[in-house]
Design a protein around this ligand. Sequence first.
Ligand code: ADP
Ligand code: ADP
Length: 238
Amino acid sequence: SNTLVLQDVSKTYGETVALAKVSLVVRPGELVVLLGPSGAGKSTIFRCITGLAKPEEGSVEVLGQSITVLPPAKLRLARRDIGLIFQQFNLIGRLSAIKNVLAGRLGYVPAWRVILRLFHTRDRQLALANLDRVGLLHQAYQRANSLSGGQQQRVAIARVLTQESRVVLADEPVSSLDPEASETVLGILRGVCHERGIAVLCSLHQVDLARRYADRIVGLRDGRIVYDGPTEGLQAET
Ligand code: ADP
Ligand code: ADP
C-alpha cells in the first residue's frame, strides 16, 4: 500500500505557480529524494502534505487519509503521524537530547516540562534505544545545543523514531551540515527507513547525495516534476 500519495497537486501564490499538477507516491520502507534547486517547490510540497498550505487542485493522502478535506481537528491528529525533520533541527536547545527525543512521543503539549518528568521507564528505554540507533547513547543527557549540527540532526531522527511515525518528511535535512556529517545523517536516515518500513520523503539540492542515498529520485523544477525514477536514470534530465 502507498503511505503518501499526491495526485495532480497545484498551488499558486498570487502570480507564482509554486506547484503545477504534481503527482508522486512514497511507499513504506522507501526513501524518495525530492531533488531540485531553490524555488522549485520542495517546501510547498511539504506544506501541502502537513496541511499548512491548501492546494487549489489535486489531492494529498497520508496513511489513507485525505489531508486536503480534513476538518481542522482531524488534521491536527493526522499531523501527529507525520514525523518532521528540518534544516535547522528544531530541537529545544536547553533540554537534554533524551528529553527532545521523548517530546516526540507526546507531540507538543503546553505542560511538557512537568509531564516529561513523569515518563515511564518504558518510554525512557525506547528513547535511549533510538538514541543508540543513531549513535548518540553517550550524549543522551547532554543539552541539545551543546551537540554538533550532525549530532543534533541525529537527535531529530531519534525523535521521529520515538514518535513511531510511519511517514517522515525531511526538508533539506543536511543543508546546514558539513559533507561528512551530511553523509552520516543520510546514511542513518536511509538505514532506519529500510529497517522500520517508514515512508521517507527527503528534499535535497545536491545531485550527488541524492544519487547515493535515494531509493528513487523525484526531480522538481519550477513546480513541475521533470523526473521520477531510479537513481541511475537521472543523468540526462539534470
Ligand atoms: P523550494 O523549497 O524548492 O526552495 P518553495 O516551495 O519554497 O521552493 O517555493 C516555490 C515557489 O513558490 C517559489 O517561486 C517561491 O518564491 C514561491 N513561494 C513559496 N511560498 C510562498 C509564499 N508564502 N508567498 C509567495 N510565494 C511563495
Ligand atoms: P532537568 O534538566 O530537567 O533538570 P535532567 O534532564 O537532568 O533534568 O534529568 C531528567 C531525568 O533524567 C531525571 O529523572 C534524572 O534522574 C534522569 N537522568 C539525568 N541524567 C541521567 C543520567 N546520566 N543517566 C540516567 N538518568 C539520568
